[in-house]
Design a protein around this ligand. Structure first.
Ligand code: ADP
Length: 662
């Protein structure tokens, strides 16, 4: 028997391994199985070049739990190790046999995993003792038994082993007995080994029979050894991609919209399939679905430092041996390969979208609503992506815009849209005004007014639209987005300076009318209203509400952005626009004879805010006009038209309306 000390400079590396090496203890299983798969792949390579003779036989890797002995064993039928090799590869911790092997068989080597660092030794994180039983594939090899109880001392001796390959036996520490549970191990195998290229068997297949679970003779194979991303795109149908999607995400019911198959050999290796899910809202629930693999071994599903943030909304698999896995996450971003991989993926995604748009616009338009959020997120967070995407990012009109081809068009690229609205929606200062709504029902009356003028209105009801709008304004000089209800339409798109108010009402008259309505303003806490006089057209409502574009937008943006809570706390501000061109309002002005108005003005002295003073003015004006009910009605109609008349106020309005009919 040979005895010796594990060859590391530090006196005892085991406490380090146990405590600090991996915070995730469970990865020991991934490491051992990776080694077993490596050993199997190496054997296949040697056989293909004639260095390993004869039939390779059963190559399955098996994971076996022995509860009585408290052991977990990983068995392979790969190349095995001679005593010299155990000495070289296991006793000298820092040495990585995988690297040497790859260098030697560069061209032929099947994918070799390795590169995970201290792979084998991670077994000591959960074991009191680890044993290796190994028989090399080499002619006349003697089997070797190595044993180490978690200190620098090991023993090594000849042993008897019937079949080629390696058994790694872990004597599980009492703190980690969960690793002797079938369910735990099966869970881990499913997580890390689902797509390994060599079959992994764990126990027997089970089946439900007569209400009971029974074991079959057949072994329970954990993995699919030919996952779609490792196959050639030419060999795959759409259906194969969809099936693979469901294999990756068994709990996901929705079908993906489309996919991108990645395959790069130079200057780095990368394969994978990315899927576009439907993303209507709630960016967060879609995050962290991309799974990162290294030669088919699952590494992580947290890819945020490896791909740009907006790409974390995609689903699928990325497999690359060129992503350094043993460095800290924060270091990843600055790694050159990672940078290249990230920009490659960005480019592929943009190219795919551009190609889809070019080849089938109608189909792309159908998908647009479901991918819009993703594309906007990309455009907002990545300048390069913006430049690529602006050619296929679409804007959706509320109703089809007549086009020369006959069929009306709902969707337009930015450049197309500029053409659509250029003639009618350029104001007197040469600004191109884009009208939009976030809620076509709520803004109905405003939209109708805009349409009556021959203007087009865009639907911008997405979660990121408010940010997208700011970005577009920054990038396109002389283009402004204005929500249809932010002012009277004549003011939103100003055509000439003498937008005329042809009624020369006196200040006193205006004051009277203002007071009349002020008394009726709802006293909601989170709202504030300012009264304006505007000569809108006679067929517009007598009174209506508008909301300043800038303030509203700042508030909306503050909901997503830190440091803007100042805007978030401000009340919602509305302008109560009194349409001086409306006959009902004109009647009201006319009712303010000068004598009566003076009376009102006198009362202005009482204006001192108190409820009583207000009541007096209100009563005065009501009596003046003899139309108090109707005033109330006008005010409520304005609130109703912008969706703000609710609850008791709405009920009162309904009752009043019925009474007025009588
Ligand atoms: P790495 O896998 O990163 O090289 P490990 O510590 O996991 O590091 O393994 C060291 C070496 O031991 C491997 O490169 C390989 O040569 C050898 N080895 C480990 N496990 C096996 C096995 N099951 N069969 C054959 N060789 C093995």
């Amino acid at each position: 028997m040979a005895k010796g000390n594990i060859g590391v400079t530090s006196n005892n590396i085991f406490p380090v391994i146990k405590k600090f090496l991996y915070s995730d203890h469970e990865i020991f299983l991934r490491e051992l199985i990776s080694n077993a798969v490596d050993a199997t792949q190496k054997l296949k390579t040697l056989s293909s070049v004639g260095e390993a003779k004869g039939d390779l036989g059963d190559l399955r890797v098996r994971v076996v739990i022995d509860k009585a002995k408290k052991t977990l064993t990983v068995q392979d039928h790969g190349i095995g190790m001679t005593a010299e090799e155990v000495d070289k590869y296991i006793n000298q911790i820092a040495f990585s046999g995988a690297e040497e092997f790859v260098n030697k068989y560069k061209d032929k080597a099947e994918a070799i995993i390795g590169h995970f660092g201290l792979g084998f030794y991670s077994a000591f994180m959960v074991s009191d003792k680890v044993e290796i039983f190994s028989l090399s594939y080499q002619d006349d090899a003697k089997a070797v038994h190595w044993s180490c109880a978690g200190d620098p001392e090991y023993t090594m001796e000849d042993t008897i082993k019937a079949d080629r390959g390696t058994d790694i036996v872990l004597h599980i520490n009492s703190e980690f007995e969960q690793y002797l549970e079938d369910a735990t191990i099966e869970g881990l195998l499913k997580k890390y080994c689902k797509f390994l290229p060599v079959e992994i068997a764990f126990g027997k297949k089970k089946e439900w029979k007569d209400g009971k679970e029974v074991e079959l003779d057949e072994e329970n194979i954990i993995n699919n050894i030919n996952p779609a991303w490792t196959r050639k795109p030419a060999d795959l149908k759409d259906e194969d991609y969809t099936n693979f999607y469901h294999e990756l995400y068994p709990m996901q019911m929705d079908e993906p919209l489309f996919h991108i198959h990645l395959n790069v050999d130079y200057p780095f290796h990368l394969t994978g399939i990315l899927y576009f899910p439907r993303i209507k809202n709630n960016l967060d629930i879609h995050r962290n679905k991309i799974q990162l693999y290294c030669n088919q071994v699952f590494v992580t599903d947290e890819v945020e430092n490896i791909v740009p943030e907006y790409l974390t909304l995609l689903h699928g698999v990325i497999d690359s041996p060129d992503i350094p896995l043993n460095v800290s996450r924060s270091y990843l971003q600055s790694d050159n390969n990672v940078k290249k991989i990230s920009s490659h993926i960005t480019k592929k995604v943009a190219d795919k979208l551009a190609e889809m748009y070019k080849t089938d616009k109608a189909d792309f338009e159908k998908k647009w609503d479901d991918i819009k959020l993703f594309i906007q997120f990309g455009m907002l967070s990545d300048e390069k992506f913006y430049e690529r995407a602006i050619g296929f990012a679409l804007f959706k009109s509320l109703t089809p815009v007549p086009s020369p081809e006959g069929e009306g068009r709902l969707y337009h690229t930015l450049e197309e849209y500029k053409e659509v609205i250029k003639d009618k929606q350029t104001d007197k200062d040469g600004n191109l005004i884009v009208l939009y709504t976030q809620d076509a029902d709520a803004n109905y009356t405003y939209i109708e007014r805009a349409k009556a003028k021959g203007y087009d209105v865009l639907l911008m009801d997405g979660e990121l639209d408010v940010h997208a709008i700011s970005q577009l304004e920054q990038k396109n000089e002389k283009m402004r987005f204005v929500r249809v209800d932010s002012d009277i339409i004549e003011n939103i798109i100003k055509k000439d300076d003498n937008h005329n108010d042809n009624h020369n009402y006196s200040e006193e008259q205006k004051e009277g009318v203002r007071k009349a309505f002020e008394a009726l303003i709802p006293t909601e806490k989170k709202m504030s209203y300012y009264i304006n006089f505007e000569p809108a057209t006679a067929d517009a409502l007598p009174i209506f509400l508008t909301q300043n574009e800038f303030m509203r937008r700042m508030k909306e943006m503050s909901a997503h952005q830190q440091g803007m809570s100042f805007y978030g706390q401000m009340p919602d501000q509305y302008n109560l626009v009194i349409n001086t061109n409306h006959p009902r309002i004109q009647e009201l002005f006319d009712a303010m004879t000068s004598e009566e108005v003076e009376e009102v003005v006198e009362k202005k002295g009482d204006e001192a805010k108190g409820e009583e003073a207000k009541e007096t003015v209100k009563k005065t004006v009501y009596t003046l006009s003899g139309k108090d009910e109707r005033l109330h009605q006008l005010m409520d109609i304005a609130l109703l038209a912008s969706g703000q008349l609710k609850g008791e106020a709405l009920a009162k309005f309904v009752n009043r309306s019925v009474e007025l009919l009588g």
